[in-house]
Write a protein that binds this ligand. Structure first.
Ligand code: AVJ
Length: 352
């Protein structure tokens, strides 16, 4: 589960059930496969969305998990965010990767089976796979079916000889990584984009420990993490002049209206972003502009004027503190690559 901003313990959701859909190819050395391993039927995802929203809106401090931002419109808006002048994360990470890929590939070693958590469209994986010495395979893990198919197709088109297996799963919860059939020298977890920032420290540790289980002995992790910096830069990155981030945040309400029979009036809420230097996170909130009653799936929720729904945390780490966290999940810090301003870090970890 993505972060409960009220710091409740991580949800006790059962392990994701794996289910295979689509073309089922042979995985062991017989060439690429386009099989998609799916966690659940679409109706089950809708049930989880509804349960998360009803629970979050019923809490004394209302909140929603950030993973529900990414419907089709949400993915499109996030793509626009990554190109905003204020949103330095994506281009800073891309620059770090570009400059250091040969060295990162050396630190990983030959014959790596790459699995990527939250693969998006697969663009970052393409560059990594190009740099790696004889990669053994690629397993994109992604909740969004269109993004997952895009990642699979991109990599299959560019590397027809590399086995690709798409895994439809919510990596924030426990899931089975079907990597057994692909021979490799080591496994490499790839987690770029500072998505780790959506998780509070304890949840982040659990996620890193899950990656360590998936990678196993001799495994590697290449991860991007955003670093703490001045308030102005951070708040602008999450509340841009053009209002794209505001639209991204408010789109969650539109999705609730459409998929969960909600009646949120989007013009009665506004987007807020605030850096909390003590907790080390940017918080995004949707603030009710008036006293109002909103319904979701037949349930009524009364908002006071000024009351908010806490929709996202984006933690910004200190580089050594992050290494200490990863160490508690079984990862030894091998190298850190950063930009001239030390705004963002790409880190390589190993399990001995
Ligand atoms: C996709 C989680 C890395 O926290 O920076 C961007 C999401 N939210 N603008 C981030 C996001 C608002 C983004 N991550």
């Amino acid at each position: 589960m993505p972060t409960d901003p009220t710091a409740a313990p991580a949800g006790a959701s059962p392990a994701t059930r794996a289910r295979s859909v689509g073309r089922q190819g042979s995985l062991a050395g017989a060439g690429p496969s386009a099989a998609i391993t799916a966690p659940a039927a679409h109706g089950e995802e809708l049930d989880r969305f509804l349960a998360d929203v009803l629970r979050g809106l019923s809490a004394p401090r209302r909140w929603t998990p950030p993973k529900w931002f990414y419907d089709e419109r949400g993915c499109e808006l996030y793509g626009r965010i990554t190109r905003l002048p204020e949103y330095y994360l994506t281009r800073t990470e891309a620059g770090i990767l570009e400059r250091n890929l040969p060295e990162i590939a050396r630190a990983v070693g030959p014959g790596a089976l790459v699995f990527e958590y939250g693969a998006g469209g697969g663009e970052k994986a393409l560059r990594l796979l190009e740099a790696l010495d004889r990669p053994a395979g690629y397993l994109p893990v992604e909740m969004s079916a269109p993004a997952l198919a895009a990642a699979r197709d991109e990599v299959e088109a560019r590397f027809p000889a590399i086995p690709v297996r798409a895994v439809q799963a919510d990596f924030a919860e426990d899931f089975h990584l079907p990597a057994g059939g692909i021979p490799c020298a080591r496994r490499l977890a790839f987690f770029p984009g500072s998505t780790i920032g959506n998780f509070d420290p304890e949840e982040a540790r659990l996620l890193l420990a899950r990656m360590a289980r998936h990678a196993g002995r001799g495994g590697r992790l290449v991860l991007g993490v955003d670093l703490a910096k001045d308030r102005e830069t951070l708040e602008r990155a999450y509340d841009d002049a053009e209002g794209v981030t505001a639209a991204f945040d408010l789109n969650l309400l539109a999705r609730i209206n459409r998929e969960l029979s909600g009646d949120f009036r989007l013009e009665a809420f506004r987007h807020r972003a605030r850096w909390d230097p003590v907790l080390g996170r940017v918080e995004m909130h949707l603030e009710s502009l008036a006293a109002q009653v909103v319904h979701v799936a037949g349930q009524a929720f009364a908002f006071r004027a000024g009351e908010t729904i806490h929709t996202e945390n984006s933690y910004k780490w200190d580089t050594d503190a992050f290494d200490a966290l990863a160490a508690r999940a079984g990862w030894r810090a091998e190298s850190t690559f950063t930009d001239e301003r030390s705004w963002f870090a790409v880190k390589v970890f190993a399990i001995d």
